[in-house]
Design a protein around this ligand. Structure first.
Ligand code: ATP
Length: 613
C-alpha cells in the first residue's frame, strides 16, 4: 500500500513539467534526501507548535478579559479537564495556559532551530552536488567542447550561478515552511471566525494573482543578468591571464573600456531585475495593511456588535492575522526572488544537459605495449564541421623510431600529434595502434604510456616535488631527484630558495620558459612512457638553455617511439622519418638526407633556415 502510494507519487512527480524542466537540478536531492526530510519534519513541527501556542493564546486572553465566562474548550474531555483544568478556578486556568504557551513556544523555537540547521545543510549539500556534477560533466566531455567555450563562462557557472541557485534552495525551503505555517494560521483563524478567514483568504489570493504579472517580468529580466555575469567573469579572467600581453601591447585603455563595459552591463541588467523584484514586497505590504484595516472595521461593525464574535476571539484573530501578514509578504517576496534565479538555473541546466554535447567514448581494451606501429589511414580532421585542418593523412609511426613533423606554423603538426593520445577523434579515416582502432582502447591505459612535452606544459601551483610527480604519485623522492637530474633541472631547482619544496606559483610564473620545459621533461622521464610526443618550443631560448634542453630530450628519447614536432631542423636531422606538412596535407615523407636530395619542401625550409634565402 505504502509502496504503491510512493510509486504513484513518483510517477505523478515525473510527469509534472516542473520536474521535467528541472530534472537536472532536482535529481541531486536523492543524494541527501535524509537531510531534506529532517528539514521538512522539523519545519512542520515548528509550524504546528506555532499553531498550538495560538490556540492557547485564545484561552489565555479569555482568562484575562472575561474570567467568569465559559472557558475555551477543545471538546476532548480528558484534555480539557487534566490539562486545561476546565473545572478549576480562573487563576488556576491562567497558570496552566501560561505554562502551556511557554512550553509550546520553547518547543517551537527548538524545532525552528533544527529546521533551519537542516535547511542550511540541505543547501550546502545541494551546492556541493551541483559543483561535483559539473566537474563530472566537464571531465567526460570531449576536448572539442573546451575549444568552443570560454573558460570564464564555465567559471562563472561553477561559482556565481551555483551560489545563486544554492540561495534559491534556501528560498524554496523558506517558501515551504512559511507555506506550512500559513496553513496552520489559516486553520486557527478559521476556527475562530470562518467569515473573517474566508474574506482574508480571498483578498490575499487576489493579491497573489495580481503579483504574478510582476513575477513574470522578474523572470524575463533574470536571463540578461546571467549572461552579463558570465561575460564579466570571462572578461576579468582574460584580463588577468593576459596581463603581460596587455602591458607589452600598451592596451590598458582598451582593456579598461572592455572591463568597464562588462561591469556596467552587470549593473544595468541587475538594476532592471532589482527594480522589479523589490517592488513585489512593498506592494504586498501596502495591500495587506489595507486589508487588515478594512477587516478590523468590518469585524467591529458587524460581527462583534451583533454578538457573533467575542472580543477575546477577535483579539486572537487579529493577533494571528498580524503575524500572518509578514508571512504573506515573505512568501510573495521569496517568490519574486526565486524568479530572479531562472537565468542561473538555465545556465546550469545548459551545462549539465547531454543531448547537445559530444562525449568522450572510452574503449575497454587495456593497452600494454606498442608492438609494431601506429598507423593513420586517410585521416581528415576539423575542430568544427566547416573547416578541415588535416586532409587525407596516411602515415606510419614505427615503434622505437623517431618520426619528425615539419611544416609552417598552422600547418597542423600539433593537431596531428594530438590524435595519438586521442585528444581528438579523426573526423574521417582511422588511427590504428598495432592494427587495432585506437577507439577500442581504454584511454587511461593508453595515455599512461604516452608523455607529451609541449610548448604549453601546465605547471601547478604546488611545490617542485608534486609538479614533477604529477601523474606518478607513487614516485619516491630519489626517483624525482634522478628525473630532475636527467632533465638538467636539478641545478636550478636547488638554487631556488626552498629547493624542491618551492611553490611554483600560478601556472608556474616563478619559472622561465626553459625551466618550465625542463620540469616537463623531468615529469615525462618519471612517467617512463613508451611513446613520447615532443612539441618543440617556438620561442627562442638562449643557447645554454637550448643545449641543456636538447641534451635532456635526447636522454629522454632513448629507446622510445618519438613523435617530434620541430621548428629547428637541427633537432631532427637524426630522425628516422621526416614528414612535411603543408596546409594540413602531407607533401613529403622520408629520411632527412633523402628529402634534401629531392629538393622539395624540406629542402626549401633547409635553405631558409641555414642560408636565410
Ligand atoms: N583548439 C582549436 N580550435 C580551432 N582551431 C584550432 C585549434 N587549435 C588549432 N587550430 C587551428 O588548426 C590549424 C593547425 O593548428 P596546429 O596548432 O595544429 O598547427 P601547428 O602546425 O602545430 O602550428 P605551430 O607550428 O604554430 O604550433 C590552425 O589553422 C589553427 O588555427
Amino acid at each position: 500500500m505504502h509502496f504503491q502510494f510512493t510509486q504513484q507519487l513518483r510517477s505523478l512527480l515525473k510527469a509534472s513539467s516542473f520536474w521535467q524542466d528541472n530534472y537536472l537540478l532536482l535529481r541531486e536531492f536523492k543524494h541527501f534526501r535524509k537531510i531534506v526530510i529532517l528539514a521538512l519534519i522539523f519545519s512542520i513541527l515548528a509550524a504546528t507548535f506555532e499553531g498550538v501556542s495560538i490556540g492557547f493564546l485564545l484561552s489565555f486572553l479569555q482568562s484575562l478579559t472575561s474570567p467568569n465566562a465559559q472557558p475555551v474548550q477543545t471538546g476532548i474531555e480528558w484534555f480539557d479537564n487534566l490539562v486545561l483544568g476546565a473545572n478549576t478556578s480562573a487563576i488556576n486556568r491562567l497558570y496552566r495556559v501560561s505554562s502551556l504557551i511557554l512550553l509550546s513556544t520553547w518547543l517551537r523555537v527548538a524545532f525552528n532551530y533544527f529546521g533551519q540547521v537542516y535547511t542550511e545543510l540541505s543547501q550546502l549539500h545541494f551546492g556541493d552536488r551541483l559543483r561535483k556534477q559539473i566537474f563530472e560533466q566537464l571531465q567526460s566531455l570531449s576536448l572539442s567542447y573546451f575549444a568552443k567555450t570560454r573558460s570564464g563562462e564555465l567559471i562563472n557557472t561553477i561559482t556565481t550561478e551555483i551560489e545563486r541557485i544554492r540561495q534559491g534552495f534556501s528560498g524554496a525551503a523558506f517558501l515551504i515552511t512559511r507555506g506550512i505555517t500559513t496553513l496552520v494560521y489559516l486553520i486557527s483563524m478559521f476556527l475562530i471566525s470562518w467569515q473573517l478567514t474566508v474574506i482574508s483568504a480571498l483578498l490575499f489570493t487576489l493579491l497573489g494573482v495580481g503579483l504574478s504579472n510582476l513575477n513574470a517580468r522578474v523572470r524575463e529580466s533574470s536571463f540578461g543578468m546571467t549572461t552579463a555575469n558570465a561575460n564579466f567573469t570571462s572578461t576579468a579572467i582574460e584580463f588577468i591571464n593576459g596581463i603581460r600581453t596587455v602591458h607589452s601591447c600598451g592596451t590598458q585603455e582598451f582593456e579598461r573600456q572592455r572591463y568597464y563595459k562588462a561591469s556596467d552591463k552587470v549593473v544595468s541588467t541587475t538594476t532592471k531585475v532589482v527594480f522589479t523584484w523589490t517592488l513585489v514586497k512593498p506592494i504586498a505590504e501596502g495591500v495587506a495593511t489595507t486589508v487588515l484595516v478594512g477587516m478590523i472595521i468590518l469585524a467591529f461593525t458587524s460581527l462583534v456588535s451583533n454578538g457573533t464574535l467575542q472580543v477575546a476571539s477577535l483579539l486572537t484573530f487579529f493577533f494571528v492575522l498580524f503575524r500572518f501578514i509578514p508571512f504573506v509578504q515573505d512568501i510573495n517576496g521569496t517568490r519574486a526572488f526565486l524568479n530572479t534565479l531562472h537565468g542561473s538555473a538555465d545556465n546550469i541546466k545548459n551545462l549539465l544537459k547531454s543531448d547537445d554535447k559530444n562525449y568522450f567514448q572510452n574503449g575497454t581494451l587495456q593497452f600494454k605495449a606498442l608492438e609494431r606501429a601506429i598507423n593513420l589511414v586517410s585521416v581528415d580532421f576539423g575542430y568544427d564541421d566547416k573547416n578541415l585542418v588535416l586532409h587525407n593523412i596516411t602515415l606510419t609511426i614505427e615503434k622505437g623510431k623517431m618520426t619528425a613533423l615539419v611544416g609552417a606554423s598552422g600547418a597542423g603538426k600539433t593537431t596531428l600529434a594530438d590524435l595519438i593520445p586521442r585528444f581528438y577523434n579523426a573526423t574521417e579515416g582511422n588511427v590504428y595502434i598495432d592494427e587495432l582502432d585506437i577507439r577500442l582502447f581504454e584511454i587511461n591505459s593508453l595515455r599512461r604510456q604516452i608523455a607529451v612535452v609541449s610548448q604549453d606544459t601546465f605547471i601547478f601551483n604546488t611545490d617542485v616535488w608534486q609538479n614533477i610527480a604529477y601523474g606518478t604519485p607513487q614516485a619516491t623522492n630519489e626517483q624525482i631527484q634522478e628525473a630532475a637530474k636527467l632533465a638538467n633541472a636539478l641545478e636550478f631547482i636547488l638554487e631556488m630558495p626552498e629547493g624542491f619544496n618551492t611553490q611554483l606559483g600560478d601556472r608556474g610564473v616563478r619559472l622561465s620558459g626553459g625551466q618550465r620545459q625542463r620540469i616537463a621533461i623531468a615529469r615525462a622521464l618519471l612517467r617512463n612512457p613508451e611513446i613520447l610526443i615532443l612539441d618543440e618550443a617556438t620561442s627562442a631560448l638562449d643557447s645554454v638553455s637550448e643545449r641543456l634542453i636538447q641534451d635532456s630530450l635526447e636522454k629522454l628519447s632513448v629507446g622510445r617511439t618519438v613523435i617530434a614536432i620541430a621548428h629547428r631542423l637541427s633537432t631532427i636531422a637524426k630522425a628516422d622519418k621526416v614528414v612535411v606538412l603543408e596546409a594540413g596535407r602531407i607533401v613529403e615523407q622520408g629520411k632527412y638526407q633523402e628529402l634534401l636530395g629531392r629538393k622539395g619542401k624540406l629542402w626549401e625550409y633547409h635553405q631558409m633556415q641555414y642560408y636565410n634565402s
